[in-house]
Design a protein around this ligand. Sequence first.
Ligand code: SF4
Length: 185
Amino acid sequence: MYEEILFTQLNDFIFCPASIYFHLLFGDMNRMLYQSQSQLRGTDAHKTIDAHSYSRQKNILTGISVYCEEFGLVGKIDLYDTAKKQLVERKRTVKTIYDGYVFQVYAQCFAMREMGYDVEKIVIHSMTDNRNYVIPLPEEDVKMMEKFKKTIHDIHTFTLEAFEQSNIEKCKNCIYEPACDRGIK
Ligand code: SF4
C-alpha cells in the first residue's frame, strides 16, 4: 500500500525528485526561511484575491481539501466555479505551462469528480499579466495522461539514496541547495 501523494509533490518531483524530501523535512514551519521572496508573493497572492473577490460569490469554492482515491492523491483545489463547472489554478506569473502544472490540475480534476462535481474546463491563470491558459481535460490528452500516471509510479518507486541530480542549473535555482547533498557542488 502506497502513501498518498500531495498535489504539490507532482510539480516538485518534476523539478527534482530530491526536493520532495526537503519539502517534507522543512515543511511549512520553515517555509519563511527557505522560500524566496517571489515564491512567497505567489503564495500570498491567492489569499488576497480570495478575501476580496470571492468571499460573497456562492458559486465559487476556494481552497477546499480534496482526495483522489483512484490515484492516491491529496491536496487542495485553488478555485472551482460550480456554475461554469470550471477549475482554475492561479499562479503569480506563468511564462510556460510545465507538465507539473498540468499534473496538479489533473489531480484537482480527478478529486473533484470523485466528490461528484463536474469538471468541464480547466484553466491556469497567470495573475500578474491576467492571462488564462486553457488546459485540455485529462481524457482529451492521452499522452499527458500517460505522463501523469508514469510520474505517480516514479514517485512511488523513487529512492533518494540512488539519485544524483545531473542538471546544475536546477540546483542553482533550488531553495534547498544549502542543505542538499544530492546535487552538483
Ligand atoms: S539542490 Fe539540486 S539535487 Fe538538491 S533538491 Fe535542489 S535541485 Fe534537487
